[in-house]
Design a binder for this molecule. Sequence first.
Ligand code: SF4
Ligand code: SF4
Length: 451
Amino acid sequence: MRKYNIRFNIDALKFCSEASTVGEGYLFLVAWAFCVDPEEHSTIVPALEIKVESYSGVQKVYSVTANTVRRDVVNAHPKANEICGFDFVLPMPFLPRQTTMNFRVGTTLVHNFEMPVHLKSIHATGSDITRSPIINVRFYTDFPVCNFRCPYCVAGHGEAQAADLAWDEGRFERFDRIIENLTRLPMKLNVRPGVGGEFFLSKRLVEGAKRLVSADNINSVNLITNLSIPLIQYQHFLTDVDPKKIAIVASYHPTEIRNQEAWLDTALWVNERVDFAVILVGYPPLIPQLPAVLDRLNGLGITVFIQGFIGSYDGRKFPQQYSLEEKQSLRKLCYSRHDYEFFIEARKPGFCLAGYNSFYVDMSGVVRACGVGGWPWPFMGNISENPQVTLLPGPHPCINDTCLCDTEYINTAIFAEYYKHTGLNQHKYTYKFKELAARFPQLDEWNIPYL
Ligand code: SF4
Ligand code: SF4
């Protein structure tokens, strides 16, 4: 029989329940696991079977074989580089006491062990912060096809061996169902569909965006694109939808764009019609080029912001190990103090309104406070099944050490304290105390204590 060596880590195994429902609740599991096949010198992601036993001896078995690579979870684990991480939310009909975890590769049992369940009922406190009348939704679709191969791609397209695996019909149907249920939610929404590739390469995704825009409960739809698709396709899209409900962020990837002038023409055309911004990545070898790109785009009237690089380069882990010189360069280019603090300094987030004024959903349909993972919150809904979401009753301190996502860190209380959006675009906002700072330089966004 083949021998596999397993490496894994269970970061959290917690049972959470509402105070009102004795026994019922949700089991949260945050973990990573992979097996090494010494004969093939390869790694394999095992399937996991969890047997849960209640205090009264009732047993229930869950197979969580869908170990899709959750890079956001993997990235949160320094020791789990390049491997598979996952988080699951399993509905529990009873109070669980103990689990038995069986890792399998095919039919081979690679490892098993018992683990007691940590009982935890966490509730966000009520708050005097008023709930926003419009809820921000980040819908991460994981659509994996891209026509670019950026060296810093967090979705893995830059890796030489990376192959794009197209979605099957079942995946598109699930996407359609989630879109449909978003349009049926009894709340006003700003929706930000995300991808692990290029959004405009899929007609089905574009059709889904159109359905969102035409729904009465949708206030805005924020899309991200590498802007490499022929201009005519963006023109068709924007004639089919109300452009006043659309915002677009275009990522600029200098190593991939073949015709810079055509890219700029498309950017200018889109910029005239919708709330538009361009994003540049602070990838270390590209930092010296960024000032010229930023100046050119700004000179054309286009808003530009910088995202920190997430990953490894030259033996350093980013964004945590930017050199002082790199930080000084990026600081001058950053759109705001907020971007700089969260994405370049990788600061600890603090108090956050995620789950209260916003929610995150991925292709599982399970609703979470945010997409960074590991959250021990009560079940908020599953919108692949029905149009119901229970928002958290209040803001809460963030459980994570960093929040490296420009769509997520605008949920923080410190953002709401100092900044306000200027329109529909998730990345266009202004420092609230700009006018005061013009008279009192010590109140400039870069001079205030950002705590
Ligand atoms: S365009 Fe985006 S998804 Fe595609 S390779 Fe570049 S960074 Fe990755
Ligand atoms: S700060 Fe970021 S990671 Fe923390 S709860 Fe808010 S959105 Fe999530």
